[in-house]
Design a protein around this ligand. Sequence first.
Ligand code: FES
Length: 848
Amino acid sequence: MSVEINGTAHERAPRPGQCLRTYLREEGCFGVKKGCDAGDCGACTVHIDGEPVHSCVYPAFRAQGRSVTTIEGLGTPEDLHPVQEAFLSAQGFQCGFCTAGLIMTTAALTEEQRSDLPRSLKGNLCRCTGYRAVADAVAGKCNVSRSGPAVGSALGAPAGPQVVTGTARYTFDLDVPGVLHLKVLRSPHAHARIVAVDTAAAMLVPGVELILTHKDSPDRLFSTAQHENVAEDPADTRVLDEVVRFAGQRVAAVVASSEAAAEEACRRLRVEYEPLPAVLDPVSALAADAPLVHGDKRGRNVVGELHASLGDIEAGFAAADEVYEATFRTARVQHAALETHGAVGWLDEDGRLVIRSSTQTPFLTRRAVASLYDLPLDRVRVMAGRVGGGFGGKQEMLVEDLVALAVLRTGRPVKWEFTRSEQFYGATTRHPFVVTVKAGARRDGLLTGLQLSVLVDTGAYGNHGPSVMFHGCHESVAVYKCANMRTDAHAVYTNTVPAGAFRGYGLGQVTFAVESVLDELSRLIGIDPVRFRELNVVRAGDDLAAPGEHVEDLGIASYGLDQCLQKMRTCSEIADIAPDGWLVGEGMAIAMIAAGPPGGHFADATIRALGAGRYELSVGTAEFGNGSTTVHAQIAADELGTTPDKIVIRQSDTDVVRHDTGAFASTGVVVAGQAVLRAARALVASGGTVGHGHFDGTPRSVAFNAQWFRVAVDPATGELRILRSVHSADAGTVMNPLQLRGQIEGGVAQALGATLAEHVDLDANGHVTTTTFRQYHLPTFADTPYTEVHFASTRDEIGPLGAKSMSESPYNPVAPALANALRDAIGLRLTDIPFTADRIWQAIQDSH
Ligand code: FES
């Protein structure tokens, strides 16, 4: 074959059946990304003779005699194409994994097509930005400040030039000579014992090097969840287990010289199963006679529970003039980071195990791998390249343990990259919750009683389950001063795909229920919902209290909820035009979040003076689109009296930076940022050339969010349109308004996806049936409304330079605000998300 790629002739023939995406990557064009391999996401977009195509569904042989342009050929950092320049100036990205595809699509648009982006960009998905930054880029807006103070300026990400030119290096964007490929056979049963695995036919497939079954697995239990304190998660998982507990669990792994050989060998494995009784829903799992998911380890399916009170809940309801109670259900949803899970491992020249992974927690993953295989910590190195989105999903060790075993057994480099379908049935999801809330209030608006009953479905394994349950039950009620509260909560195993950490960490689910009930209660007592919140929320100086939680290290070190609520008051003043005959309603909700997790989160930073006003900052936390790298440079520059472009950052490599718990619980600014600040101050104070900083994550403050919607609903079809979306956030000092706005827009967009459309479905046998983006319906440009973002003006006494956390909390008030607006529009309270058009339509029909 002869094909011209970025102006250079390439002669290598593709393999039979090879798509253009993998062909181009093998030719060194790493800017061509894999998001789905199904033509849905557009991350692999390239031009063929000037026409944009999704290269993952374009046969490589069809490029014969054609001219292919990838992002690398569109422009260079020294000579950017105008669209690359536009994405850089607008900061039209966060993690940047989708960006090359978006730029390639945009570069081929006509002027007319540019004026209709909902249609023109329908083939390109972005999970991070909420698309406003993309729209700004296409419109040619310059959002990035070229100058200004180090802290508080809208500085662009240091990696921006690499992101827009396709030269930023994500997990698999490197050549690893001689790499072997790992694929796994996954369980067809929701619950079964593996009686035998016949590997004979599989071993005959040319190229197969190794087959791993449960007999090769270390006899160790661990949790895929990564926390500083390992006791937070139940040790209930094996690398490969004799018992499979969900349809999709690993059964065996094949390591071969090509992906195709590994997949063929997986198909030839013959496994004899002894099916076991399965339980697929959390209510059934609580029954005394329910099948036990981990019968070998515990005598019931409950993996975490909370039963606690403040005051006297019955007295609280007796004192109320009105009491309202309802039960709410949230769906199983997927993080859908555009970069799937994956890792590549090898032995270095000293025989040490090296793993390059798409992880939010390099240090904790190193500890977990070393522990599994009895390796000294210094014999394992874990590093992350640029991570293509995480949202909490990459706080799990879902690939590194098996890649490590394969490398240790073969002595050769091994790569394992999840397919998009594996991401749906082999990774983790948001925990589905069933939440009953009962609340009572007096006519004067005083909340007298607030009771939660919470059931958390953690799936087949308990990773993050208990912590998500505790967190969900804390700030969702602690934001209110109520003398009488009661919480009863259970997290239970079921034979379903495991749930895990996900933006909001349980708060989104419980906040949906609490804020919906309080909206109804305010209606019952006849008080405006904003006023009702103002009467009952915590205030500066109040102690924070929730049933069963020890929060000695948590306080209100800055308070901007009053400003957020004040913004909600003014939203109605602007009118919108709804289609004729549609029902219109407005609603709001609030949320509070602790700026960091309880029990410690550790970060270290080191700053070295390089001379000529330049510094090297080493910090452990990973950059996955959250913008922490930019803010760390800003903090260091502010303290050192220089500019952020003089700060060179090294991060996310256990060999070159000190310990960091990882990038979660929105700690990038408040914990790692505090360590950076301390390192800078130590350097200045010492007068030397090196400064170290450490922060253990305590004490902690709280951040606040409020969301308001005006919606219109077509009663004939159930279609819901968002006419106006307003978000107000108290994040303390705004370190970088551009990035903070982006985090909020992205969080609101992700929450809207979960509120209106997204749901991972299971069939009656526990198989995930939504296995592609096309079935799952990730929000597109056309689905995502513009959200007006406002910041409260506060300065926190704990956070670095007054900042608080804000990457996950914007998610939390979105579902209830939308539910309350929908209730206002149609006069009905919907309790189960997502609010799909058919559900809304059915509710309207049922009410007649
Ligand atoms: Fe678009 Fe991350 S920036 S997927």
